[in-house]
Design a binder for this molecule. Structure first.
Ligand code: ADP
Ligand code: 5GP
Length: 198
């Protein structure tokens, strides 16, 4: 009989426009599901108040980012609203191989690269209820300058255009409902017969 205790690892990509609620949703998901690891990205953007090195991001110089990219240390990378972002490959690949659920909070061009190199990955798109609510959330968060908010709103159309490439869409209207939907997706994907461990 097959081993029903060991569970398959899973690579989950979460994307969506800035301010849609990806971090808020993931915070709830991680509180409620034990074996999830969050992939900490490298970025050239400045830390926001409260963001910690190695927990929210690895904050690196443009030179260091370019070195990581050239050395093949990144699973994917992209520029977003004037800054560079990339996923360190080693922890994600090791986590999935060890049976963990690894979650990447990345934008759409990175998601496409992940789908190409890891076809088994699951792509989830978090949408805001509408454009006005998105802008309200970005402003109320008070983490970006007016210029940065403008650039993030300009990136909205490009991010939304990628929606058909995703396996699932979750509209983040009520935060708790969005978190429950993401948890259901993860649970269902781990139960797929095609992922069963022999
Ligand atoms: P993202 O990670 O997608 O950029 P955040 O999770 O930082 O977005 O959310 C942006 C802002 O919107 C935050 O201030 C957060 O508290 C708020 N927010 C997130 N989800 C909701 C929701 N369902 N209803 C109202 N406000 C929300
Ligand atoms: P923020 O600056 O608000 O933390 O993130 C801005 C955007 O960059 C978000 O859409 C987020 O999903 C994306 N992002 C964060 N890390 C990565 C990464 O490693 N790779 C890519 N491609 N996008 C990322």
């Amino acid at each position: 009989m097959r081993n029903t205790i060991r569970r398959p690892g899973l690579l989950v990509v979460i994307s969506g426009p800035s301010g849609a609620g990806k971090s808020s949703t993931l915070r709830l998901v991680m509180e409620r599901c034990g074996d999830i690891c969050f992939s900490v990205s490298a970025t050239t953007r400045r830390p926001r108040p409260g963001e910690e090195e190695g927990r929210h991001y690895y904050f690196v110089s443009c030179e260091r980012f370019e070195e990581m990219r050239r050395n093949g240390e990144l699973l994917e990378c992209a520029e977003y609203a004037g800054d560079f972002y990339g996923t360190p490959a080693a922890p994600v690949l090791a986590g999935v191989a060890a049976g963990q659920v690894c979650v990447l909070d990345i934008e759409a061009r990175g998601a496409i690269q992940v789908r190409r190199c890891c076809p088994d990955s699951v792509l989830v798109f978090i949408s805001p209820p509408d454009r006005a609510e998105l802008e309200r959330r970005l402003r109320d968060r008070r983490t970006e300058s007016e210029e940065k908010i403008k650039r993030r709103m300009e990136a909205l159309e490009e991010q939304m255009a990628a929606l058909p490439l995703y396996d699932y869409q979750v509209v983040n209207d009520v935060l708790d409902d969005a978190a429950r939907s993401v948890l259901s997706i993860i649970e269902a994907e781990r139960c797929r017969t095609s992922r069963a461990l022999v």
